[in-house]
Write a protein that binds this ligand. Structure first.
Ligand code: NAP
Length: 281
């Protein structure tokens, strides 16, 4: 058994691509260690944490449905997890088991990598959605100083999300989209619309400011109908795969003490896997 053992825990977990990602970096960096998939049912969480020390885990990822359920078992959560209200990464800090959240760093890292000058003149963002992905996007964009509007099918959820942030972003229902698009520098789809087996995101982009960037957090398929429509209109676009890859670098650095890189071969590996498992992706 390797000493450096990390994990991803969820239920179900078979679909997770995190082992592929971390396995690639372990091999590439020549680090002795492992990253294991753990299917932990909700009723098994207490036993998992009771045994955590004895198992010698150096940390891991937490995914659906455990992102808030793990919190009572931790010594503390960090500022990012507190802002997000959810934990996706566990790591040790001076003997304390800490819960963090790397989704907003992943969201921004992807944008910074694919469009390095995206902040030149960018003032206003519109984030569609009010779930976990939207919260990560809003948090990241507010940290970078953008004015953010949150638009969601259920307007009350957009308003509730806005309340979590000191900057108190404005919140709307989807009917406000048309007007918001005219002054929007960055449009983000953070809903599940457009994901495989979900209806497409079919907003009319006619009124979208021509210089606007369109970012879809979905990565299955890699190019959603929204991104196709945006490209056809000449907008610069960002897909969601890099968000997954960049968020992974943060956890990996906590556990294995080296910051890995998001590289073209790594991206190609994930693209190949997505295409193999999702016809038409
Ligand atoms: P979530 O918490 O369940 O939120 C889903 C959001 O989608 C809600 O705002 C919901 O609106 C909206 N929605 C769902 N169906 C809709 C419909 N038919 N019409 C309009 N809005 C609809 O999910 P999440 O965790 O935020 O994830 C959202 C997406 O982001 C997923 O596709 C996920 O795979 C992706 N994601 C990607 C990454 C990455 O690393 N790239 C990371 C996290 C998530 P209501 O509030 O009205 O229900």
């Amino acid at each position: 058994m390797a000493d450096n053992r990390a994990f991803v825990m969820g239920h179900p977990i078979a679909h997770s691509r995190s082992p592929m990602l971390h396995g690639y970096w372990l091999k590439q960096l020549g680090i002795e260690g492992s990253y294991e998939k753990l299917d932990i049912a909700p009723e098994a969480i207490a036993a998992f944490f009771a045994d955590f020390h004895a198992q010698g885990w150096i940390g891991g990822n937490v995914t659906v449905p455990h992102k808030t359920a793990v919190i009572p078992y931790l010594d503390r959560i960090d500022a990012d997890a507190a802002a997000m209200g959810a934990v996706n990464t566990l790591y040790w800090d001076e003997g304390a088991l800490v819960g963090g959240n790397t989704d907003s760093l992943g969201f921004l890292g992807n944008l910074d990598e694919l469009i390095p000058d995206w902040q030149n003149g960018a003032k206003r963002a519109v984030v569609i959605g009010a779930g976990g992905a939207a919260r990560a996007a809003v948090y990241g964009l507010l940290q970078r100083g953008l004015e953010v509007a949150i638009c969601n099918r259920t307007a009350a959820k957009a308003a509730a999300l806005a309340q979590h942030f000191d900057a108190k972003p404005k919140a709307y229902g989807l009917e406000a989209m048309g007007d918001l698009l005219e002054n929007c520098d960055l449009l983000v789809n953070a809903t599940s619309l457009g994901m495989v087996n979900q209806p497409p995101m079919d907003f009319d982009l006619t009124r979208l400011k021509p210089s606007a960037i369109v970012y879809d957090v979905i990565y299955v398929p890699l190019e959603t109908a929204l991104l196709q429509a945006a490209k056809a209109k000449g907008h610069r676009t960002v897909d969601g795969l890099g968000m997954l890859l960049h968020q992974g670098t943060v956890g990996f650095a906590h556990w294995f003490k080296q910051r890995p890189e998001v590289s073209a071969p790594l991206r190609a590996l994930l693209v190949e896997d997505i295409r193999a498992k999702t016809p038409g992706a």
